[in-house]
Design a protein around this ligand. Structure first.
Ligand code: KG4
Ligand code: ZN
Length: 308
């Protein structure tokens, strides 16, 4: 894992051109370093997995070009992996691993999805965000409170100092009769409350912590309620939390207590983006006889999970 946070933080968000340039600079040295640290000879490898999509096309193109080329050079298959599939399968490396089928709540910077996972490659989306992703809402609220990008984890740490019941934010779509989410109204409510506080004086550290806690509780309430609804709709009895926001300890704790189902999640370093999850998804696909990538370089900015 190599993080570009330091590259993007001064800009308050991901700058696509900087992301792809940094990929081009970092990738090959990282592959060499990995091979030498693990004392791996490329001739012992059975394939090269890379992220084929979805995401920023420039960064994907760099990864696809390098992944496909290394596989060609080493004369082994290249496997183009779906980023979200990698997020939701990595939990199967844990002990105990969830058996199929399970319900996955995939919460990241770009996605909020509820997925019925019946097996590798068998996904049905049962709910999704109609606007902002959960991680995006965390990051935007963190930015409002003056925390550096990406602020999800920092906001969560700040919330630990918050006082419950100081303010209650809306729980958008909590009672809507489906499994879809919406977080933009919550973001607006936090914004308005913040403006009101600023008009009364300079918000204190305690004010910020109270807002962080109220925001986090609102998001978690909605996530938990929709998981409950999806479990009832699908009849599933296992839940997997995946994606960057699943690193959130309060979410894990509340989910464990509120849900009458087994709850699984990956270790923290496999929640946020990492190479291990891509390698593992590639391994699962390859060992199930997946068609390797053709010789051309393929990358997909948009790629529905159900089509992978
Ligand atoms: O899966 P990920 O690494 O990248 C994407 O594919 O988007 O997820 C990153 C997101 C960011 O929005 C980040 O703020 C959020 O996950 N995140 C958290 C926590 N750790 C990371 N959100 C809430 N609480 C956390 N502890
Ligand atoms: Zn991700």
């Amino acid at each position: 894992m190599y993080s570009q946070i330091a590259v993007h933080a001064p800009h308050g968000g991901v700058v696509p051109e900087l992301a792809s340039r940094d990929h081009a600079i970092r990738l090959l040295p990282m592959v060499s370093e990995l091979l030498s640290n693990a004392k791996w000879d490329p001739t012992t490898l059975s394939g090269v997995a890379f992220t084929r999509g979805p995401g920023l096309i420039g960064a994907l193109m760099v990864g696809a070009t390098i992944g496909r080329t290394l596989a060609y050079m080493w004369n082994i298959p290249a496997i183009g992996v779906h980023h979200l599939e990698a997020h939701l399968l990595v939990v199967c490396l844990e002990d105990p691993a969830p058996a199929f089928p399970f319900l996955a709540l995939l919460v990241s910077g770009g996605h909020t999805l509820l997925i019925e996972v019946s097996g590798v490659g068998h996904y049905r989306v049962v709910g999704e965000s109609l606007d902002d992703a959960a991680g995006e809402a965390f990051d935007k609220t963190a930015k409002l409170l003056g925390l550096p990008y990406p602020g999800g984890a920092a906001l969560s740490r700040l919330a630990e100092q918050g006082r419950p019941d100081r303010v209650v934010f809306p729980r958008p779509r909590l009672h809507a009769p489906d499994c879809d989410f919406s977080f933009s109204g919550l973001k607006t409510a936090v914004n308005q409350y913040w403006k009101q506080l600023c008009a009364e004086g300079i918000p204190t550290a305690q004010d910020k912590a109270d807002i962080a806690l109220a925001f986090e509780q609102a998001v978690i309430d909605v996530l938990v309620a929709k998981v409950k609804r999806a479990l009832a709709d699908t009849g599933l009895s296992r839940v997997v939390l995946a994606g960057g926001v699943s690193a959130n300890q309060r979410l894990r704790g509340v989910m464990r207590h509120a849900i009458v189902a087994e709850v699984f999640y990956p270790r923290l370093e496999w929640c946020t983006d990492n190479g291990a999850m891509v390698a593992y998804a590639g391994y699962l696909r390859l060992s199930r006889g997946a068609m390797p990538e053709p010789l051309g370089i393929r990358a997909e900015a948009r790629w529905p999970l159900e089509a992978c």
